[in-house]
Write a protein that binds this ligand. Sequence first.
Ligand code: DAH
Length: 345
Amino acid sequence: MDLLEQLKKLEKQIEKEINEAQDVQRLNEIRITYLGKKGEITHILRGLKDVSLEERPKIGSYANQVRDKVSNLISDKTNTIKKSDLNKKLLKETIDVTLPGRPFHNGHLHVIQKIIDEIEEIFLGLGYDIVDGYEVEDEKHNFTLLNIPKDHPARDMQDTFYLENGYLLRTQTSANQSRDLENHDFNKGPLKMLTPGKVYRRDTDDATHSHQFHQIEGLVVDHNITMSDLKGTLTIVTHALFGNDLSVRFRPSYFPFTEPSIEVDVTCFNCHGKGCSICKNTGWIETLGAGMVHPNVLEMSGIDSNIYQGFAFGLGPDRFAMLKYGINDIRTLYTNDIRFLNQFN
Ligand code: DAH
């Protein structure tokens, strides 16, 4: 069989194979078998040098034709198969745009954090710095430097979780008072600090007690600070939190680290002073403890109490949240029931 006939036969054979090919992979195989480096057509083209000079152009141009034709057939069929594969895939993957979307559940701040943020915002407006304290404190800062020496009965009232080496879980954010005093440079101006955070007591948990709760401590120290500064500040804050129409009442009280000490009540938001179960028929709700910083506290932190005076206060955001939203059990704030928490979104 001469070369020309051989080529024609090969051409038919390849066309048949291309027609029968079902997928892209098979087409690639065909390309390699005939057009690849060691492919049959390539082989014929290379062998042209041995063909007689008269025949060479005829066979050569025919071989080139076959090569181009096969190459085009393979490309066309490959494209056709790819297109139909894509169409099949698209048909299978149709999405039903009428299906309702999956809702994305956004989280939100816990109700206690919201109250803390709200209170911080008010005090930032009054020029206070917000500082973090330590939840693990030493006895010295939690008690001694607050004028509560070792055998003082006030330690029993706040019995707590003791760790080794004289450390304990702080029972009050007041523990940060002496740290604020130690760290403050009075040459740079008055001290105005707010310390929010968790505190711990060995309380039995019930509707109004939790072994862990929150406090926000405030401390102001400067020249000529008086009780009227304290009363003015606390009046502004309680009004901002509970509304301007509520009255504020200051009662004498006792805390070891303030002298004189007071407790602050607001008109019951529920009965507006008439008396109800929430205010235990007094018409008032207790909101926080406060007082003028005891000179001993200043002196123990190296501050001359003849030159500087100050006031301090401590309030409980858990209690504020309960008052503000009518929550009757403090434990619901800590048990993370999503149905409860979602009410404050
Ligand atoms: N530390 C007090 C407590 O836990 C609350 C308190 C009362 C803080 C009076 C103060 C204050 O700064 O002046 O019961």
